[in-house]
Design a binder for this molecule. Sequence first.
Ligand SMILES: [Zn+2]
Ligand SMILES: [Zn+2]
Length: 150
Amino acid sequence: MDAIAQKKYDQIIGKLKKDGIRVTNIRSEVIKAIITTDHPTINDIIKIVEKTSANTNVMSVYNTLNLLLEKHLLFANTFNGKQIVYEIQDVKSVHLKCDSCLAIQHLDDQELQVIDESRLKQLAQNHQMTFDHFKIEIHGLCQKCYQKAT
Ligand SMILES: [Zn+2]
Ligand SMILES: [Zn+2]
């Protein structure tokens, strides 16, 4: 894992420990797999974990995902309306989706710095809601599909 991935990993482990949750080997491997893979499905995660730990119990992979979802540490997204893909929850989450080939691009933390969430916080407050995070999906055509269409 690179430094950014390691930081994310440490944050999640820290939150789990704070809640008194034991970080078993399988839990640690599932979290690593999600951090280091772009939008993995459950099957992707199982395949990755099986490589690093022998005798992977598929049920514990499911249980870990449920635990992370319950703790609001994980997003379960669907980009094609069928498959669920996972990623670590962030305050800012923006994806670009091509409506023709359904390709997904994920904006990284540095790109997201241009987005100031204070107006969204204000909108939430207007509706007596606290603000925790936001998710945006930008739709359009990718360069390839745009060129095909014109
Ligand atoms: Zn496209
Ligand atoms: Zn993403």
